[in-house]
Write a protein that binds this ligand. Sequence first.
Ligand code: ADP
Ligand code: MG
Length: 321
Amino acid sequence: MALSEFGLIARYFAACGAGRPDVRLGVGDDAALLVCPPGQELAAAIDTLVEGVHFPPGCSAASTGHRALAVNLSDLAAMGAQPAWALLALTLPSADEAWLSAFSQGLDRLARAHEVALVGGDTTHGPLCISVQILGHVPAGTALRRSGGSPGDILFVSGTPGDAAAGLMLEQGRLAAAPEAAAALRERFLFPTPRLALGARLRGHASACIDVSDGLLGDAGKLAAASGCGAELLLEELPLSAALVAAAGETRARELALTGGDDYELCFSVPAERVAALQQELPPGEWGYRAIGRLRAAADVYVSSAGRRLALAAAGYDHFS
Ligand code: ADP
Ligand code: MG
């Protein structure tokens, strides 16, 4: 590497992210020293992005920096937690300064937007791989979990799922769309928005919550299973973006909304008797979420259309006969 490991850290990462008074010691020593506020529990998560697996080879470095942090922020959002500190384990094939500059800027911008300080990490040589560990806090005993739902609870999702999957297909040349729709969908894949404000406000409303990283149907299924429930999702209630429908057509758009990954939206359940209070405090139009189904006592998870169950096949939907 032309740039030394130490020089690289000093130039791109020592001052990355927000400054915070609760960082007693950040990048530069053997460990960071952090002050956890009294009465709060520490929330910790880690996610790894591997080139060629989680993002296409040659993907925008600014996007990769953004996504490496965003996927972790999304995990804290799903817990209703407030992010504070991040650590970055970076494996690089070379010290490519143009890449490092764009990557660190993408990371820095999102970190500052959420007042997250980068407090340490590790830098090694090898195939491109990025791990970010996020640390944050949540008032003791109030974190959202996947496991709190009950039969009858209404299921909601934020945003317009499916957009990121279409954006990735556009990036890879597996889908074509008019420029405006293509740009909007690409943006959803490259620069996802972690729903931290919504997650925090859902504490006290939601019975269970999960972030949608692997597809709405699968992740709603994980929430349901953790809650000891099944779930019904209503095909006609899926929130589809105009860009997704324009690019993929309505049938494929619904399928992507159910099975496409990388959206980093929140899927959450709310007891039916609490829905009015939720919608009054957090108007759905303003906060961008929508009811899409409900939890059920029976363990199966399915999608229905006009009262009929659909079977999701690889090629699309088949009605049960
Ligand atoms: P050690 O060998 O003790 O683990 P390193 O020499 O690997 O320490 O790292 C020196 C300092 O730089 C440490 O404080 C570490 O947390 C930080 N650091 C290393 N790589 C990164 C990175 N990619 N981003 C942020 N901080 C980093
Ligand atoms: Mg080290």
